[in-house]
Ligand binder design. Structure first.
Ligand SMILES: *[C@@H]1O[C@H](CO)[C@@H](O)[C@H](O)[C@H]1NC(C)=O
Ligand SMILES: *[C@@H]1O[C@H](CO)[C@@H](O)[C@H](O)[C@H]1NC(C)=O
Ligand SMILES: *[C@@H]1O[C@H](CO)[C@@H](O)[C@H](O)[C@H]1NC(C)=O
Ligand SMILES: *[C@@H]1O[C@H](CO)[C@@H](O)[C@H](O)[C@H]1NC(C)=O
Ligand SMILES: *[C@@H]1O[C@H](CO)[C@@H](O)[C@H](O)[C@H]1NC(C)=O
Length: 563
């Protein structure tokens, strides 16, 4: 009987039959001993997992924990049942009842028309509490509520703020919010919601903020928000959403911020953002996005911030970001991007910050930044870039920070920084650089910090350019009169681990120069016995670069010149 009951309860979709079953079970619990019930549970376990029936059920640890789980499930059904059975607090239509409200047990503030039961450890709404219907703010957050009677908010047409966050709510009656014509702010985050009813937010025409984050939602019904045209912030992050129907956000013409991070989205339908034309911030980080329809962002012409960090994207095609003319921050790091179309960024002339670290980029196509005149921070660390050719940064006149650490850089072509005269911070550590060609850093007068450590610097005559450049920068810094800065310089003199001005750059070789600081070495030490290299000093050259690019993949056959 138990088995049949539990399985039936689990499979039943309609609430009233569930409730009926729970009543039967509860009466069973009351009239029988603990051991009888647990034996029944064990037996039911056997029946439901094994096809073979065992006549001597033993009480294993496993069955005890299953019993615990069933007890929890049933007590949650019980709470839901009770919540549906009884109106849980009294709602008064008389204004003078604010004084009675203040008698508790929750906290009433008549002047603010607010009622707070925040962190009261409530399992149900307190039936002794009277709540005036003209309440403006209602806080039920941080309790253990699992269900709410559908009349909980009856006649509260002026309610403005409702906080139900951090409870154990699994289910919302479809008509629960129906009376709340004035509601602007609903917080339901950190509950156990698995699904939303089609009409859940129906007629809430003044809703501005809706927080559904940290629940267990798997999808949402089509057109769920169709009558919430004033919604400004919609937070759906940290759920289990894997699928969204095309019409999910239709009608949300005033939405500013849409948060969908930390879900399980593998794709998005092409017309999903059709109506959200005023969106400023879109968060899609920590999902499983692999590929997006090329037109998906085409209506988001007001978007300023787009976050797609930690997904599975493999390319940036030409059309995807083309219409994002207002976009200022694009975060797309920790994907699998290896292929970037040369025109992929051309639509985003307002872009200030591009984060594309921790991808699989080997090659930056020339002209990529042709239209990136506003770009200030370019984050490219943790990729597989091997070579930076002259002209690759064309368009980056305003760039101040360039992060290229942890790539596989072997070659910086002379003149590569000619297009970035305003660079202040340059990180090149953890690459494969053995030298920098003469003159390569000359164009960046404004540089304040450069990191060169963890490269296999080869300290021969070719290194004397970067050594003397560093000393020159270092000397002008040392010339400062500000005591604090002088102190920093003194610390640096004794401590080469401080990275500003390339102090951490040490030589891999040759011979006894291995391990020495590049910054300390002089022309004589570097060029000792290398008179042959001397004549090439003014203009250390690379042999002509030989590489080809097929389908955006760099095929390298280049060599560093030896002369
Ligand atoms: C209170 O709500 C009920 C049902 O929602 C409605 O019939 C009734 O007219 C309301 N009373 C007032 C005074 O608004
Ligand atoms: C970038 O601009 C240069 C100079 O205007 C032009 O020759 C080149 O074709 C452009 N590249 C792209 C990919 O648009
Ligand atoms: C630098 O950026 C500003 C806006 O941030 C822009 O007005 C200016 O034209 C840019 N400079 C260049 C040379 O593109
Ligand atoms: C340091 O300051 C002195 C006097 O102000 C000046 O003559 C000298 O050129 C400066 N040195 C550097 C490297 O800027
Ligand atoms: C080296 O740098 C550390 C900070 O990174 C500092 O605490 C320490 O005093 C420095 N050592 C010397 C000898 O300056």
């Amino acid at each position: 009987m138990m088995c049949c009951l539990v399985r039936t309860v689990r499979d039943m979709t309609d609430l009233s039959s569930k409730i009926y079953c729970v009543i039967v079970f509860l009466s069973l619990c009351k009239t029988n001993t603990y051991s009888f019930v647990s034996h029944m549970c064990t037996a039911s376990m056997r029946i439901s997992t094994d096809t073979e029936y065992s006549s001597t059920p033993a009480l294993s640890e496993e069955s005890m924990s299953i019993f615990e789980e069933m007890k929890n499930r049933l007590s949650s059904f019980e709470r839901r049942l009770r919540a549906v059975e009884y109106p849980v607090w009294r709602i008064s239509l008389k204004e003078e009842d604010w004084e009675i409200c203040a008698e508790g047990p929750c906290k009433c503030v008549p002047e603010m028309k607010s009622v707070s039961c925040w962190r009261y450890n409530l399992l149900d709404l307190p039936s002794t509490q009277l709540v005036p219907a003209d309440v403006l703010k209602l806080d039920l957050g941080s309790n253990r509520l699992s269900a709410l009677h559908r009349d909980t908010f009856k006649n509260m047409t002026q309610l403005h703020h409702l906080d139900l966050s951090s409870n154990l709510i699994e289910h919302l009656a479809p008509s629960l919010f129906l009376p709340l014509h004035g509601i602007a702010n609903v917080r339901l985050s950190n509950n156990l919601l698995k699904e939303m009813q089609r009409n859940q937010f129906y007629e809430l025409r003044n809703l501005r903020i809706l927080d559904l984050s940290s629940n267990k939602l798997r999808t949402l019904p089509e057109n769920l928000f169709l009558s919430n045209g004033h919604l400004v912030l919609l937070d759906l992050s940290s759920n289990r959403i894997s699928l969204l129907p095309p019409g999910t956000f239709h009608g949300l013409g005033n939405l500013d911020e849409l948060l969908l991070g930390e879900n399980r989205l593998a794709g998005l339908p092409v017309s999903i953002f059709r109506d959200t034309i005023n969106l400023k911030r879109l968060a899609l980080e920590e999902n499983r996005l692999k590929e997006l329809p090329n037109d998906i962002f085409k209506d988001l012409t007001s978007l300023k911030e787009l976050n797609m960090r930690n997904n599975r994207l493999t390319e940036l095609p030409k059309g995807l970001l083309l219409t994002l003319a207002q976009l200022e921050i694009l975060e797309i790091s920790s994907n699998r991007i290896s292929c970037i179309d040369a025109k992929a960024l051309h639509g985003m002339s307002a872009l200030r910050e591009l984060r594309i670290g921790h991808n699989h980029i080997k090659y930056l196509p020339p002209g990529l930044f042709n239209n990136s005149m506003s770009l200030k921070r370019l984050i490219l660390y943790g990729n597989r870039i091997e070579i930076l050719v002259r002209g690759v940064f064309r368009g980056l006149f305003n760039l101040t920070s360039l992060f290229l650490q942890s790539n596989r850089l072997r070659i910086l072509q002379s003149g590569v920084f000619e297009d970035t005269p305003n660079l202040r911070k340059l990180q090149l550590e953890s690459n494969d650089l053995s030298f920098l060609p003469a003159g390569s850093m000359d164009a960046i007068f404004t540089i304040q910090q450069v990191r060169l450590s963890q490269n296999p610097w080869h300290c021969d005559c070719r290194a004397s350019y970067v050594a003397s450049w560093l000393r020159k920068r270092f000397a002008s810094f040392a010339n400062l009169t500000n005591p604090l800065q002088i102190q920093r310089v003194l610390i640096m003199t004794g401590n080469w681990s401080i990275w500003e001005f390339g102090a951490g750059a040490t030589c891999r070789g040759p011979g006894i120069l291995g391990g020495q600081s590049l910054l300390r070495l002089t022309f004589h030490e570097l060029c000792e016995g290398q008179w042959a290299s001397m004549k090439g000093m003014k203009d250390v050259k690379l042999k002509p670069l030989k590489f080809s690019i097929e389908n955006g993949i760099l095929h390298n056959t280049y060599k560093i010149g030896d002369n």
